[in-house]
Design a protein around this ligand. Structure first.
Ligand code: NAP
Length: 252
């Protein structure tokens, strides 16, 4: 088995958007990046734009796909230092790219079909847990394993319950609860892994112009990737079990 000589990072959903920019910035820091993409052709095109990057087929809702990705990383690189659980969807309907109004409509608590809520949780929560579980054996072998969960401020119950919050209903009954759950999952893994070399943190990229919101977001992917990348490269004195954006800690 080979053992790659540089740190290796896997970024899920990295064929576009914030995930692709996280991958690009990590590569600029000398990390060998693996672009996780459920459509491997899109992943390969995205990897071609980043020096030294490679693509891997990875659908975070498929146990077989996750297991195959973990086996391939072990076989081809022999190590994994960083996992960024970035893959995420805004709603469980047929169309992801939506206006802010459509995102709100897609999560109305009284009418959103349970199947759509399950679809969002499958990717945003169970997908992140499953990928983390599959990659943990490799991460445990790394000298300084880092797990970053790409969350959202709407996962902060302190924020969304504040009457002054300007986007009160945007997270609805599916997306915001999925990110609250991802935050709780972040704490759970951080607690289990306390005392190991692995740190587990959640980051909010901010409202960012991507396909996720028909490019209505006010931030660039360059800005959005900053905090996830910082957490991916944390030194030994950095936090674990935290939730932050590039302005600092976010209340749970
Ligand atoms: P995006 O442009 O829509 O990209 C989402 C990525 O996730 C795509 O690569 C997509 O792949 C991938 N993905 C979706 N389902 C997947 C699955 N089952 N398996 C593997 N990959 C899957 O969205 P983005 O804005 O970059 O969002 C990235 C993350 O940031 C998400 O977790 C999102 O919740 C979070 N976030 C975004 C914003 C924002 O304003 N944009 C704000 C807060 C948090 P395909 O290309 O195949 O669909």
């Amino acid at each position: 088995m080979v053992m790659h000589d540089k740190p290796v990072a896997l970024v899920t959903g990295a064929n576009k958007g914030i995930g692709h920019e996280i991958a690009r910035q990590l590569a600029a820091h000398g990390v060998t990046v693996v672009i996780g993409a459920r459509d491997v052709a899109l992943g390969e095109a995205a990897a071609a734009a980043i020096r030294g990057a490679r693509a891997i087929a990875l659908d975070v809702t498929s146990a077989d796909s996750i297991a195959a990705a973990a086996a391939r990383i072990r076989r081809e690189l022999g190590r994994l230092d960083v996992l960024v659980n970035n893959a995420g969807i805004a709603n469980g309907g047929p169309r992801q790219a939506t206006t802010m109004d459509a995102i709100i409509q897609s999560g109305v608590p009284s009418t959103t079909p349970l199947a759509e809520i399950r679809t969002v949780f499958e990717t945003n929560v169970f997908g992140a847990i499953a990928v983390t579980q599959a990659m943990l054996p490799l991460l445990r072998e790394a000298p300084a394993g880092r797990i970053v969960n790409v969350s959202s401020r709407v996962g902060s119950m302190t924020t969304i319950s504040d009457p002054a919050y300007p986007m009160p209903r945007v997270g609805g009954v599916a997306y915001a609860p999925s990110k609250s759950a991802l935050n709780a999952v972040t704490i759970a893994f951080a607690q289990e892994l306390a005392g190991t070399a692995i740190k587990v943190n959640a980051a909010c990229p901010g409202y960012t112009a991507t396909d996720f919101n028909d490019h209505t977001g006010s931030r660039s992917v360059t800005e959005a990737a900053r905090e996830p990348v910082r957490l991916a490269l944390l030194g030994p004195d950095g936090p674990t079990g935290s939730f932050s954006n590039d302005a600092g800690p976010i209340p749970w």
